[in-house]
Write a protein that binds this ligand. Structure first.
Ligand code: NAP
Length: 485
């Protein structure tokens, strides 16, 4: 590793020798960190920074492109903000570059004075119950990757279940259940790839059941996302009176937390509305979305290696907002189970990883070595720093903390031996890495919009864009563009 420098005239941060920073991950976490660095007080006071943003995918935006449900255009609006940052031209984008294989830590330390890891979390957290390995048992995050056209997941998704269980009461469970229960034609206005449309079109689903292990006041949904469930055409929401239980902690949460209050009101209103016709709580829609609470999953039941049902232990609130088992077990016939019990971060090569929490070992964004000391020049932000919790906006506070520490440390950063910006391009070229650029993304973006426009003409449904899914096609379209910046 190169030697540390103290703040003196040779310290990086001048026009001749800018402070070189690599950000790994171009999702919201990485872009916010890069943007905040360029707008920091230090930069306003004359510090010159030069930032390269790397992503393993050929396209930018990370979670926004590969984690947000396609029928959430509101959140997609965040793309506009990220676009403005990257289109300014002062941050270079290198897509299709995989940290760990195309570039390793030693390479980054040779070319940059500091590295910020913003690799997020894309994998499902485990759910260790018998039967989880059965055919028909899926990770919700994997399904999200499929419907968002992630380049590295298979194009086919088995959608042959009539009855489906979704485990978890977080926003990902809502996304998964909503997409599973929506009619494919109602998603055509979004940017879904054609294979996803065709897959959903063939789905015979009639009933999707979402199961929470705690009560209605303990859901981890957010109010807007919950209300959105009722907007699906020809899908009835079904609730069960016996699931509506509230303990002291629930009452306190409803009183003190507006979000909880809104969600409990929404759920109890839905229940009250369906009570008007208790014999048949539905309006006769062809699909139903059931919300169950106080159900703890204990086993996925199989027949001939395939999911045929799911068993829950009924739970009861214990006064603190947590639950205990009642000893009563309930079985539901389902042919597919999706677990949406949270995301889990993947280890980042060459940095210490907390395998219990799924985060890079760090202290407020400073990456730590095994002995707990800060590894000079290494930082983390976003979900890989604090775990997969919180909405996208929360990542901003995170980024601010991380870059504040980076800038405070800047006199002691290990100096990059080859800091000239072109040297990293030469290295990637020499290794035959087919990296994509911001200009390349603009090409791909225009291409996807053109595909949408062409499909609009033939289907009469306004299609804003159609995502290109195959990695080589994404790279081909992008690299058709100029690679200069
Ligand atoms: P989450 O919000 O942490 O929810 C996980 C759910 O899984 C909880 O209901 C949890 O129950 C349940 N769970 C965990 N372990 C379980 C087990 N062993 N058995 C049964 N249930 C279990 O995670 P997420 O849904 O993956 O969302 C991650 C973050 O992304 C959240 O901050 C979310 O708001 C955000 N997000 C936002 C949107 C949006 O549209 N705004 C969309 C997707 C994701 P307990 O509460 O009992 O632990």
């Amino acid at each position: 590793m190169s030697t540390a420098v103290s703040s003196n005239s040779s310290a990086p941060g001048t026009q001749e020798r800018p402070l070189r920073i690599a950000v790994i991950g171009s999702g919201p976490a990485g872009v916010y960190a890069a943007d905040m660095l360029t707008k920091s007080a230090e930069v306003r006071d004359g510090l010159v920074v030069s930032i390269d943003l790397f992503d393993r995918y050929p396209a930018p935006y990370g979670l926004i492109r590969y984690g947000v449900a396609p029928d959430h255009p509101r959140i997609k609006g965040i793309v506009n903000a990220l676009y403005k940052v990257l289109d300014r031209g002062d941050i270079r984008f290198f897509g299709n570059v995989n940290y760990g294989t195309d570039l390793n830590l030693e390479d980054l330390q040779k070319h940059y004075d500091a590295v910020i890891f913003a690799t997020g979390a894309i994998k499902d957290a485990d759910l260790n119950i018998p039967g989880i390995e059965l055919d028909g048992s899926y990770g919700g995050a994997d399904f999200v990757s499929w419907y968002d056209g992630h380049p590295d997941v298979p194009r086919e998704w088995p959608l042959n279940a009539k009855e489906i269980a979704v485990i978890g009461n977080g926003n990902v469970a809502l996304d998964v259940a909503r997409i599973l229960s929506k009619h494919a034609d109602d998603l055509l206005v979004t940017e879904i790839p054609d294979n996803v449309y065709q897959g959903l079109l063939s789905s015979p689903v009639t009933d999707v059941h979402i199961f929470g292990r705690r009560g209605p006041a303990q859901v981890k949904f957010t109010p807007m996302e919950l209300r959105e469930l009722s907007h699906s055409r020809d899908v009835d929401i079904v609730l069960y009176e016996e699931d509506f239980d509230f303990d002291e902690a629930s009452d306190a949460a409803v009183k003190s937390n507006n979000q909880v209050k809104t969600m409990v009101n929404t759920l109890t209103n839905w229940l009250a509305e369906q009570d008007d016709d208790a014999a048949d709580p539905t309006t006769g829609a062809s699909r139903r979305l059931h919300l169950h609470f106080l159900h703890n999953p204990v086993e996925i039941v199989g027949e001939d290696g395939k999911v045929s049902g799911i068993k829950f232990e009924r739970t009861e609130l214990d006064g603190t907002g947590n639950v205990r088992g009642t000893g009563e077990f309930l079985d539901y016939p389902v042919q597919a189970v999706y677990r949406s019990v949270g995301y889990f971060g993947s280890a980042v090569p060459d940095v210490e990883f907390d395998h219990l929490r799924g985060v890079v070992m760090n202290d407020a964004g400073r990456v730590l070595a095994t002995d707990g000391s800060h590894v000079p020049g290494l930082y983390a932000t976003g979900w890989i720093k604090r775990g997969p919790v919180g909405l996208i906006g929360h990542t901003k506070g995170d980024a601010l903390e991380t870059i504040t520490h980076l800038l405070a440390d800047r006199g002691d950063l290990p100096l990059a031996a080859e800091a000239a910006p072109e040297t990293v391009v030469e290295l990637l070229d020499a290794r035959g890495v087919e990296f994509t650029t911001w200009e390349g993304w603009l090409e791909l973006d225009a291409h996807e919009k053109a595909l949408g426009a062409a499909a609009t003409d033939s289907s009469a449904v306004q299609r804003e864009r159609i995502k290109v899914v195959a990695r080589d096609e994404m790279v081909g379209v992008s690299r058709g563009a100029s690679l200069t910046r």
